[in-house]
Design a protein around this ligand. Structure first.
Ligand SMILES: *[C@@H]1O[C@H](CO)[C@@H](O)[C@H](O)[C@H]1NC(C)=O
Ligand SMILES: *[C@@H]1O[C@H](CO)[C@@H](O)[C@H](O)[C@H]1NC(C)=O
Ligand SMILES: *[C@H]1O[C@H](CO)[C@@H](O)[C@H](O)[C@H]1NC(C)=O
Ligand SMILES: *[C@H]1O[C@H](CO)[C@@H](O)[C@H](O)[C@H]1NC(C)=O
Length: 459
């Protein structure tokens, strides 16, 4: 894989999925749910799969004890914590996917409203290993950022965008001069009195620019020159999609990578009406934004479909104000005809409200955890009790009836009678796939193999 030496025409489209009013939902009752752990002791606000098939999960630390002891490890000692100054419980765990086991990790600073990204060497905040623990970097950022977003860049750096009161961005490793750079787009999209520039949706476009979506509009941004390359039309109803309206977004699979003009599409799904949170505090639930749901999670599956999972009905996002948990996940199949884009999957029994998380695993299952609309861990006397459990959703492609279609990736040497040589073309640009670890799947007739970890690196 060489250095990027070509230009694609820039054609980034926004796709707004509207459910259920504009599109037909197909009921396929696909997929199965499995409870993996009744309690992992913490409620996993953030989850990240690592290259050793372990998932790092963490929660905030400032709400008192969790349900998992730190055992003989160093207790957290924070004189400024208003709830518990010496805390000997864990707020982070490492989950071993294939052993279905977890162990406590130590997190000393409050990671509430944080964000993270895997670096090209496969490290999150630390090198994944069997026994190591989190290693915190003092003053890792130039400014304090709550609700920021990170993205890996073609050259291996990461960019961190937004944060409360921060209409700017910065890099890790830090720029030697002026690491904090203004991003006026975040200021322009702000509604009065509402911090809707938080957790913006950020994707790397194939032309090297960043696609940034905040509130109800998007821009294509050149972060090196600090210039707006393109402004997209405001979404048709003008209602907010990003935080605090909390509709998720996903970059759909890039196709025709060999063609001279490729097209990138970002799917934004969900969101709540402007002001709905404040209204709900006064007891009024504005149930009108007909874009599916809020606080859902979206995840790209190996076969290019998107799973929409978790969340609540369309009234409002955030804290105790969520109602009507949506129990059935929905599969979005972009290659289908528009009449069968959305398929409702089998429901489960556990509502996933504020702060739920999902992660795709190497075997094609989707890990689902957490739901905690409360400031504390409240297990009784509340509408939606705090969930400390862990479960998986297995999309229908994992059904036993598809076993005969499932490919197996074997070591290149053992090519034998019933095996095939598959030729894979690496993306030609680091913009499309920045160096790092990737899951590689072979998909045959929509049925993915188990993934293997591959590493793309620049020499
Ligand atoms: C967490 O611990 C509390 C207090 O010991 C207990 O009441 C509760 O059942 C535990 N919850 C879970 C999900 O383990
Ligand atoms: C939630 O838990 C906290 C801490 O244990 C407690 O102070 C609070 O009253 C609980 N809230 C409810 C609604 O039970
Ligand atoms: C979210 O995931 C949980 C997993 O427990 C499930 O119970 C719930 O039904 C899911 N919600 C949606 C909208 O699919
Ligand atoms: C090839 O076929 C033989 C006999 O049918 C079988 O024993 C062997 O395991 C097969 N090898 C592979 C790699 O599938």
């Amino acid at each position: 894989m060489g250095a990027p030496s070509f230009m694609f025409s820039t054609l980034l489209q926004l796709l707004f999925a509207s459910l259920p009013h504009h599109c037909t939902l197909t009921y396929t009752a696909g997929g199965t749910w499995q409870l993996l752990q009744k309690s992992i002791g913490i409620s996993a606000m953030h989850m990240q799969l690592l290259r050793n098939d372990r998932v790092i999960m963490f929660d905030r630390t400032d709400f008192g004890p969790s349900n998992l002891s730190l055992s003989n490890r160093k207790c957290r000692n924070d004189p400024t914590d208003t709830v518990l100054q010496v805390d000997c419980t864990a707020h982070s765990v490492e989950y071993n996917v294939f052993a279905n086991k977890f162990r406590a990790l130590t997190v000393q600073t409050d990671v509430w409203c944080s964000s993270g990204v895997i670096m090209p060497n496969g490290n999150l905040v630390f090198s994944p290993c069997r026994t190591c623990d989190l290693n915190e970097i003092p003053n890792g950022l130039t400014v304090k950022r709550w609700y920021a977003i990170n993205h890996i860049l073609p050259d291996g750096r990461q960019i961190i965008v937004s944060g409360r009161g921060q209409c700017n961005y910065e890099f890790i490793p830090k720029n030697i001069v002026a690491n904090k750079i203004n991003l006026p787009f975040l200021l322009e999209t702000k509604d009065k009195g509402i911090e809707n520039d938080l957790y913006p949706f950020v994707f790397l476009n194939f032309d090297g620019n960043l696609f940034i979506f905040a509130n109800n509009q998007a821009t294509l941004f050149d972060y090196e020159k600090n210039i707006v390359v393109k402004k997209y039309l405001m979404i048709p109803d003008g209602e907010p999609r990003s935080y605090p309206s909390i509709g998720p977004a996903v970059l759909l699979p890039l196709k025709n990578l060999k063609a001279s003009a490729i097209e990138a599409e970002v799917l934004v799904c969900g969101g709540a009406l402007k002001g709905s949170y404040l209204q709900s505090l006064k007891g009024t639930f504005l149930a009108v934004l007909d874009t599916s749901r809020v606080m859902g999670d979206m995840i790209l599956l190996p076969n290019g479909n998107v799973l929409l999972i978790n969340g609540t009905g369309p009234e409002t996002a955030g804290w105790e104000q969520g109602r009507d948990p949506v129990m059935s996940s929905i599969l979005y199949r972009p290659d289908n005809d528009i009449s069968s884009w959305f398929e409702v999957q089998n429901p489960t029994t556990i509502p996933r409200m504020y702060h739920s998380t999902v992660a795709l695993l190497r075997d094609g299952r989707v890990l689902v955890s957490r739901s905690n609309p409360h400031t504390f861990y409240n297990f009784t006397g509340v509408l939606f009790p705090t969930k400390l459990n862990l479960e998986t959703f297995s999309p229908a492609y994992l059904d036993a009836k598809f076993e005969n279609l499932r490919s197996t990736i074997i070591a290149p040497k053992s090519i034998g009678n019933s095996t095939y040589n598959v030729e894979a073309t690496m993306p030609r640009s680091w913009n499309i796939a920045p160096s790092g670890f990737y899951l590689l799947f072979v998909v045959y007739q929509g049925i993915p193999s188990q993934g293997i970890w591959v590493r793309l690196r620049q020499y």
